[in-house]
Design a protein. Structure first.
Length: 101
């Protein structure tokens, strides 16, 4: 896959489980349908958009913003080296998302 996979799994009856791991999804789905087998469950085939997933990077680096001192020191950054054609599509979105979330 080219991107972050969507963490959703589907049962044949349309039931959806959103979970961090496949094991957690199976656990959720088999509660509603105890006869469900692993091979019956399918993970969503789509991935997150590259521009969307790129703004998740600072969140993952700072452990979900739990380290407030580091976040205040490093984010947003003072220097950024990037191509001018992606200033809006990547950089602006990362900054906006960082302030919003």
């Amino acid at each position: 896959w080219w991107g972050h996979r969507i963490p959703a799994w589907y049962a044949p009856d349309g039931t959806v489980a959103v979970a961090k791991t496949e094991a957690e999804a199976i656990e959720q789905l088999t509660k509603a349908n105890p006869g469900l087998r692993r091979e019956d469950i399918v993970q969503d085939p789509d991935v997150l958009d590259t521009w969307f997933s790129s703004w998740l990077w600072p969140i993952s680096v700072f452990d979900g913003f739990y380290s407030e001192e580091e976040v205040r020191y490093y984010y947003p950054t003072n220097d950024l080296v990037t191509a001018p054609e992606i200033m809006f599509f990547w950089v602006a979105r990362m900054i906006i998302a960082g302030y919003e979330y």
